[in-house]
Write a protein that binds this ligand. Structure first.
Ligand code: ADP
Ligand code: MG
Length: 344
């Protein structure tokens, strides 16, 4: 994934995409109800703050569940991070134009899901965007690449040149200089896998929140669903809407998370693969789906598609809902969410 550890902490903390209610984050180790215990722990992983809430029958099981969740996230970070030179994805990128690279089932699955997300979003989602993301380096460099520089990168942002061989379990980038970046989908996939690890370790219910990529399972002790607040894209710390989740994932892509301003223009980290410029049609896109991998892949792709085409897609997909804030700040809500969200 494309993010630098530690340096991003400031941005993520101040601009956190979705906020979980403190009521169950602040209750580490306190028995809730007769038979279950809620434990919440936070760690820096994948360049962001990861919070895990575990509901289990005892304190020791809940702690073991949280530990299992963090261990799974660490394992996936070592496969998928492009900041780790030895990761599988870094090796795939280093071998661009040279040869196919053998990868684990996890890396293969993330890239396959990314290709499916690309198809669904009409190319709005495109993991071959790597060289353009590097040219912009929005939070580090704060420079605007010249049109000629971006133009030279255009042939590299080509999904047809990404070859995924399922049977051989290899990935091959055909052109020298190509780089794939799963920053727009990897955290959602990771949240799903961390939940599976927690369930195997004995969790009754829980939440994994990698910044704004959140996956919930089960309910809180007492039968309450997990309440999640969606960050307002233009009012720092304010909630746009509340929603209760059970066995669902939620993910937000926003232009307020990593950006800089120059001459009154906002430059942010979600790029339109057609122009290689920051996508302009939305302020934020929140997607709710059964799986985090879809919530995350679709939020970025729909952000690029824009509110109209994006909402049309959401209405066609079963078990996918969305809240889109368009360029002018108007909020659009998909039909399946009407009556489910609460405004502050
Ligand atoms: P985050 O929660 O980390 O902000 P997002 O889901 O909003 O993640 O995705 C943003 C990241 O996705 C960018 O930082 C970049 O690495 C990558 N990215 C940017 N534009 C695209 C795109 N059009 N398609 C796929 N990935 C993209
Ligand atoms: Mg995403």
């Amino acid at each position: 994934m494309h993010f630098k550890p530690s340096k991003e902490l400031f941005y993520i903390q101040t601009c956190c995409l979705a906020l979980l209610v403190g009521a169950f984050f602040g209750c580490a180790g306190i028995p809730s109800g007769q038979e279950s215990v809620v434990v919440t722990r936070a760690q820096m992983q994948m360049g962001t703050v990861v919070r895990i809430t575990a509901v289990a029958q005892s304190e020791s099981v809940a702690q073991a569940v949280a530990t299992a969740g963090f261990a799974e996230i660490r394992r996936l970070e070592e496969l998928l991070s492009t900041w780790i030179f030895t990761s599988e994805l870094s090796r795939v990128n280093a071998a661009a134009g040279v040869m196919p690279v053998s990868v684990s089932p996890d890396t293969l699955t993330v890239v396959q899901r990314a290709m499916q997300a690309a198809e669904l979003t009409g190319g709005g989602f495109n993991i071959a965007i790597g060289p353009a993301v590097d040219a912009w380096r929005v939070t580090e460099a704060q420079r605007i690449p010249a049109a000629s520089e971006l133009e030279a990168l255009r042939p590299l942002v080509d999904l047809r040149a990404v070859h995924v061989a399922e049977r051989d379990r290899t990935i091959y980038l055909e052109k020298t200089g190509m780089r794939i970046d799963v920053g727009g989908i990897g955290k959602g996939y990771t949240a799903d896998q961390a939940v599976t690890a927690m369930q195997k370790a004995g969790a009754i219910a829980g939440v994994v929140a990698l910044s704004g990529d959140i996956k919930t399972f089960g309910r809180l002790p007492g039968g309450k669903m997990f309440p999640v607040g969606i960050q307002h894209p233009r009012q720092e710390g304010a909630v746009l809407a509340w929603i209760d989740l059970q066995d669902e994932a939620i993910s937000t892509a926003g232009d307020y998370e990593r950006f800089f301003e120059r001459d009154g223009v906002r430059y942010h980290h979600i790029l339109d693969p057609k122009t290689l410029q920051p996508a302009r049609l939305c302020q934020s896109v929140t997607v709710i789906a059964k799986e985090g991998v879809w919530a995350d892949g679709l939020d970025t792709g729909i952000f690029v598609m824009g509110p109209e085409r994006g909402m049309e897609l959401v209405e066609q997909l079963p078990d996918v809902e969305a809240i889109i804030v368009d360029h002018d700040g108007h909020m659009l809500v998909s039909s399946g969410l009407k009556g489910r969200i609460r405004l502050p």
